[in-house]
Design a protein around this ligand. Sequence first.
Ligand SMILES: [Zn+2]
Length: 345
Amino acid sequence: MWQVIGQPKAIRLFERGLRTGTLAHAYLLVGPHHIGKTTLAVNLSQALNCTGADPPCGQCPSCRRIAQSKHADVRVINPASLDTEEKSRQKISTDAIEELQYSAFLPPYEGRYRVFIIDGAENMSAEASNRILKVLEEPSPSVVWLLLAVEESRLLPTVVSRCQRVELRPVPVTEIAGLLQEWYGVEAAKAGLLARLSGGCPGWAVSAAGDSRLMESRTQALDAFFNLLGAGLDDRLHYAAELARVIEKDRRIGTETLKIWLGLWRDVLLVKNKCPDDVVNIDYLETINRLASGAALSEIKSAIDRLNETLSQIARNVNAQLALEVLFLNMPTRKVVREGSVAAG
Ligand SMILES: [Zn+2]
């Protein structure tokens, strides 16, 4: 049984390859974080080595050992261990790549196929990519490479061209909500909200259902947003400095706040365009309605453009504080009365 949620197209492709013996020797699985790339890669490794009647059965010793990361022929590689750009790591990483190049030509030890899963393949250094490329250019019949990437454009084109590309698609909201209710016992309203917030990535929804910190940080980001809308110049500049410090420390966490605001403005735009059914932040619907009725379409669109521009400036390493100051000074001013979140606590 395939454990990955959704992705019928990818599963059909792999099932056909397994049935007819026409699997490629390298696949590039592309899709956002938490969409199911790792689960699909592990499932395919199981299917390749399964001894049950209906691969991947999940029950045979091989499937179980792979699920427990104990199978000698299935390796998950994190490019941090291959990164040669930091001098202090150079020796270890070169050894790691050499070991990988060597083991890629060995026959399977306990199963039928050796499977190498490179999780976050776009984070490989140029040297690691070139060495992997050499291995991909001389495929071994009993080795399958699975490269997983969020940002495909950061991969070497020569590496991409050696792989069969499989794109993982966002999973429908109803499917994720159903999963949360049936498998994890999440009540309906919260399941619906998490499914919408997940952006089609079931892994995120499952994490958020089990870890309240994800929803708490969203509430904090939205609180900051509503406070800023009603704040004066001094408070806005103060918050710009504060958020810039967060971004300096951890860009992903810092920019997450901006992405949450972007999601809220998109919801305001949806309501303004009379598509309230597609709103993501449904627990803030009343507030979103009020913002939509109080703002001109052009004002909403320009808020979205400015946020996108700020995010791309930060990605290009522009001075974050300066970029945020410009963003906040151009934010519209509103006094916002808001409801609480249904998923709080
Ligand atoms: Zn099995």
